[in-house]
Ligand binder design. Structure first.
Ligand code: NAD
Length: 484
């Protein structure tokens, strides 16, 4: 499956960035190419002590960054946006190489990631406060915002660029300094973005990047230090929950963007072709490895067969292969274990009575690919509906009773995003209000937007990223009671 040009650039940083210097460590972590399991690069693996040095660097840089004029902070972010856009193609290639997603998805991610720098460069100069009279009339209440302090940012492998910029952007805009810990499967993109930020003029110590492997002891050491004041984590619910417990010890301010298990509801009056387009987007963006991925398709019986046929035709037409290859429309999953997890879920669903309309097996070469799969006749109680699939598999459930479907959609512990297709906007809005998720796509298969508050309810997380909310996550409210 492998493309001939699968080599990283000679200028790719491979070491930790601490206090503005690239620091090599003796121990290395291998970054694998998901196309064939070969080693793409050896990245310096930071020990817990190295990570604490990065926290020290962020702490030393904090006071001067906090005092830096918002306009200057904004211009560094703006410059970072401009460089990322100018270098979109090489960043996209790097994302594809280490993550496996197809180049078109990687280009879209590079642009989306850059947009967070542009958005937060605009937000940096909009940090407001207020000034009011106390109800008693006896004094004044003055409210302002201050940066939380040193922020530890931990990101997953599925969006190696966007999850990093969605955190670095607001943190720097707010006046916080950061230690970024990318996923060890995909650290190259994060290191490349840090190098871009250096070129954009970010002062030493404001952005630090470490790649500890294993992650657990290093993250725990940083959370135990008295200097980290913010944890912004994106990843799975079990790891998020573990880190929340650790953050509790020092009462660290947390934002948690965790797993999803999105329902995709198609009512009988839906525009079929729009629903299938939306389903392809909601399911197959990033090869199905997205927290926003539609995982549970509930389709009204009157439209079920037509929807299943159309979706199967579209899914069967996808070409699994090397993401760098122009003919490829689905790349491999990031790792062998991810591939095995998807295969296990499909096998369990089959044992539970699901029928395979297309796909249903792993790639037969040495890649971590899995063929795009549609499962029909999935029952409401099938275990696959309770698990985040994180791969190119669409389980389709037939429903009859439209009044009942909401309770099925809400019957999971996750609540990140839901999708609804109907021509009746009144019904669509009523359902959207009652869905237990932080976001809803109403006749849309894509909700992500740097200007929108992204985040979930229930076990999908705490807090929001993007929009003005994303900035507030890195700010504390300070109230001064005044008399004169
Ligand atoms: P993960 O939880 O395994 O890892 C996320 C990060 O935590 C990585 O940097 C990893 O190295 C680190 N980590 C893992 N174990 C740790 C430990 N014991 N202590 C400290 N750090 C640890 O998640 P993943 O597999 O990289 O990503 C997939 C998950 O991320 C999915 O569940 C997906 O839904 C979720 N996700 C959520 C959002 C969102 O915005 N809600 C966005 C993207 C991905």
């Amino acid at each position: 499956m492998k493309n001939k040009s699968s080599k990283i650039s000679a200028s790719q940083p491979l070491d930790s960035l601490i206090a503005g210097r690239w620091v090599a460590h003796n121990s290395k972590v291998a970054v694998m190419n998901p196309v064939d399991g070969s080693t793409l690069a050896q990245v310096s693996s930071a020990t817990p002590d190295d990570c604490l040095s990065a926290v020290d660097a962020a702490q030393s840089a904090f006071n001067s960054w906090k005092a830096t004029a918002p306009r200057v902070r904004a211009e560094i972010l703006r410059k970072s946006f401009e460089i990322m856009i100018a270098e979109q193609e090489s960043l996209a290639r790097l994302i594809t190489l280490e993550n496996g997603k197809v180049l078109s998805d990687a280009r879209a991610e590079a642009a989306y990631a850059a947009e967070f720098f542009r958005w937060f460069s605009e937000e940096a100069v909009r940090i407001d406060g207020d000034y009011r009279r106390a109800p008693s009339g006896a004094n004044w209440l003055m409210v302002s915002r201050q940066p939380v302090g040193v922020a530890l940012l931990a990101t997953p492998w599925n969006f190696p660029a966007a999850m990093a910029t969605r955190k670095i952007g607001p943190a720097l805009a707010a006046g916080c300094t950061v230690v970024l810990k990318p996923a060890s499967e995909t650290p190259l993109t994060a290191l490349a973005i840090a190098e871009i930020m250096q070129r954009a003029g970010v002062p030493d110590g404001v952005v630090n990047v470490v790649v500890p492997s294993p992650s657990g002891p290093a993250v725990s050491a940083m959370l135990k230090s008295d200097r980290v004041r913010k944890l912004s984590f994106t990843g799975s619910t079990p790891v998020g929950s573990l880190l929340l417990a650790q953050a509790a010890e020092k009462v660290i301010n947390c934002t948690m963007e965790l797993g999803g298990n999105a329902p995709f509801i198609v009512f009988e009056d839906a525009d079929l072709s729009a629903a299938v387009d939306g389903a392809m987007l909601a399911k197959m963006r990033n090869g199905g490895a997205a927290c926003t991925a539609a995982n549970r398709f509930f389709v009204h019986e009157k439209i079920y067969d037509a929807f299943a046929d159309a979706l199967t035709t579209r899914m069967s037409a996808l070409v699994l292969g090397d993401g760098l290859d122009a003919m490829t429309t689905v790349g491999p999953l990031v790792s062998k274990s991810q591939q095995q997890q998807v295969a296990k879920l499909v096998d369990e669903a089959k044992a539970f009575g699901a029928k395979v309309a297309c796909g249903g097996s792993a790639a037969t070469d040495s890649s971590y690919g899995y063929f795009p799969t549609v499962l029909t006749d999935v029952s409401f109680d099938a275990p696959i509906l309770q698990t985040e699939i994180f791969g190119p598999v669409a389980p389709l459930v037939r429903f009859k009773d439209s009044d009942d479907i909401l309770s099925h959609a809400n019957n999971v512990e996750h609540g990140l995003v839901s999708y609804v297709y109907t021509r009746d906007l009144g019904r669509g809005m009523r359902i959207a209000e009652s869905l237990e998720s932080g976001m809803v796509g109403l006749n849309r298969g894509l909700v992500s937007d740097p200007a929108a508050p992204f985040g979930g309810v229930k076990q999908s997380g705490l807090g929001r990223e993007g929009a003005h909310d994303g900035l507030l996550a890195f700010l504390e409210t300070k109230y001064v009671a005044g008399n004169w």
